[in-house]
Structures are given as structure tokens and as C-alpha cells.
Design a protein around this ligand. Structure first.
Ligand SMILES: Nc1nc2c(ncn2[C@@H]2O[C@H](COP(=O)(O)OP(=O)(O)O)[C@@H](O)[C@H]2O)c(=O)[nH]1
Ligand SMILES: Nc1ncnc2c1ncn2[C@@H]1O[C@H](COP(=O)(O)OP(=O)(O)O)[C@@H](O)[C@H]1O
Length: 204
């Protein structure tokens, strides 16, 4: 039987650069994780494609997925639902592949309960001012939504203690390097424990 893959959870406040870091990671050839595409009731932004950026759902469809236990976690975030399809995650982990989730903080805490063995990484902004600059510069939110997201961000930043690692996103490439280094280190840490040493001793 194949060893199960690692569940990697990247989380942090909106606008910190999770999407940017994730896209950069997945554009790099040596990234060996599988990205789990989330479900959302948010309307697609310009250029977003159903089945690539998200699976876009109506509120009714999403609520049906919740009642059928099809989501590993879900959260209502600034007026929309977001959730992770459980079947994809389970299937991919059982094939021995690492799965990468990019989700907000409430959802990450739910995954922590369901998968305590996951690897939880908090992407932090260099400062609150820089976080606001990034959300404003992205230009996808109205002023009211920006203020909502900043309010949520303050509550989220204090949750970083609940994560295994904190990576500061000052520079996207440095953040990606650190995430990959953390994943590599985590694999080495897990392989250190049984049955790896048994395998080595058996050869003698
Ligand atoms: N809990 C949860 N959060 C998600 C999921 N997918 C995306 N998110 C998070 O929902 C928040 C809003 O996402 P989005 O509307 O795409 O805005 P953006 O990430 O700020 O560009 C972000 O913090 C995402 O990381 C998911 O499946 N579950
Ligand atoms: N390290 C960085 N330095 C400067 N700007 C960044 C950095 N990372 C991301 N950004 C910018 O910040 C904005 C928010 O990034 P995004 O990836 O959409 O955040 P999130 O997915 O966490 O909401 C985007 O305009 C993006 O180009």
C-alpha cells in the first residue's frame, strides 16, 4: 500500500498574497503537490474560469454539498461560501500525493481538527499597512469590502500561533522557497519514524 500524501494548508488574511504565492508555486517545475480547487458561491472575477480557479456554485448547490457531507471544511467569508471538496482530497492523499489547500483561517482551523497530521502554514504580511495596500492595489473590492476584509484580517493575524509555521510574504519567490523547504523538511521528519528505520535495518 502507498504511504499517504501530506496535506499542506496555506492560510492567512485576504490580500496577503496566498493566491499569488500559490500560482507561483504551481508554475515552478519542481513543485510536486496537487492543488485542490475549492467550491465557492462568489461570482467569478474577470478572467476566472470555472473548474480552474474555483468551482462556482449557487448558494442552493453549495448548501446541498454541505448537507451531503461533500466538504472537508467550509466557511462563510465576507458574504460568500467557500469549501474544500472532500472526495478529491481523500483520493489524492490515498494515491500518495501531497495535496495543497489555499484557504482562509476559519476553514484552516476546521481542517486542523479533521486532519491534525496536516502541515499548517500561515502566510503573514510584513505589516497591516502593506496588507491594506495590497488589497487596494488589487482593485477587486469596493471600499466597504476592503474595510470588511481588514477587520477580518486583524482577527486572523492573532490566529497565527495555531499554525506549525509562519512564512512572511515580503517577496513572493522567497516565500515559495520557504514553503517548499518546509514541505521537504516535513517529509524528512515523517520518514524518520517507523516504518522507515525498520526498512533500513531489514536490509542488514
Ligand atoms: N475555508 C475556505 N476558504 C477558502 C477556500 N477557497 C478559498 N478560500 C479563501 O477565501 C478567501 C476569499 O477568496 P477570494 O474571494 O478568492 O479572494 P482572495 O483570495 O482574497 O483573492 C481567501 O482567503 C481564500 O484563501 C476554501 O475552500 N475554504
Ligand atoms: N510579496 C508581495 N509583494 C507585493 N505585492 C504582493 C506580494 N504578494 C502578493 N502581492 C499583491 O497583493 C495583492 C493581493 O494578493 P493575492 O494573491 O490576491 O492575495 P490573497 O489570495 O491572499 O487574497 C495582489 O495585487 C498581488 O499582486
Amino acid at each position: 500500500m502507498k504511504e499517504r500524501g501530506l496535506l499542506i494548508v496555506l492560510s492567512g488574511p485576504s490580500g496577503v498574497g496566498k493566491g499569488t504565492v500559490r500560482k507561483e508555486l504551481f508554475s515552478q517545475e519542481d513543485t510536486a503537490f496537487e492543488y485542490s480547487i475549492s467550491m465557492t458561491t462568489r461570482k467569478p472575477r474577470e478572467g476566472e474560469v470555472d473548474g480552474i480557479d474555483y468551482f462556482f456554485k449557487s448558494r442552493e448547490e453549495f448548501e446541498k454539498l454541505i448537507s451531503q457531507n461533500k466538504l472537508l471544511e467550509w466557511a462563510e467569508y465576507v458574504g460568500n461560501y467557500y469549501g474544500t471538496p472532500v472526495d478529491y482530497v481523500e483520493k489524492t492523499l490515498s494515491e500518495g500525493k501531497d495535496v495543497f489547500l489555499e484557504i482562509e483561517v476559519q476553514g484552516a482551523l476546521q481542517v486542523r481538527n479533521a486532519f491534525p497530521e496536516g502541515l499548517f502554514i500561515f502566510l503573514s504580511p510584513p505589516s497591516l499597512n502593506e496588507l491594506k495596500n495590497r488589497i487596494v492595489t488589487r482593485g477587486t473590492e469596493t471600499e466597504e469590502l476592503i474595510n470588511n476584509r481588514m477587520k477580518v484580517a486583524k482577527e486572523e493575524i492573532v490566529m497565527m500561533d495555531a499554525y506549525d509555521y509562519v512564512v512572511e510574504n515580503e517577496n513572493v519567490l522567497f516565500a515559495c522557497d520557504r514553503i517548499k523547504a518546509i514541505v521537504t523538511a516535513e517529509h524528512c521528519r515523517r520518514e524518520r519514524v517507523a516504518p522507515r528505520y525498520k526498512k533500513i535495518l531489514e536490509v542488514e
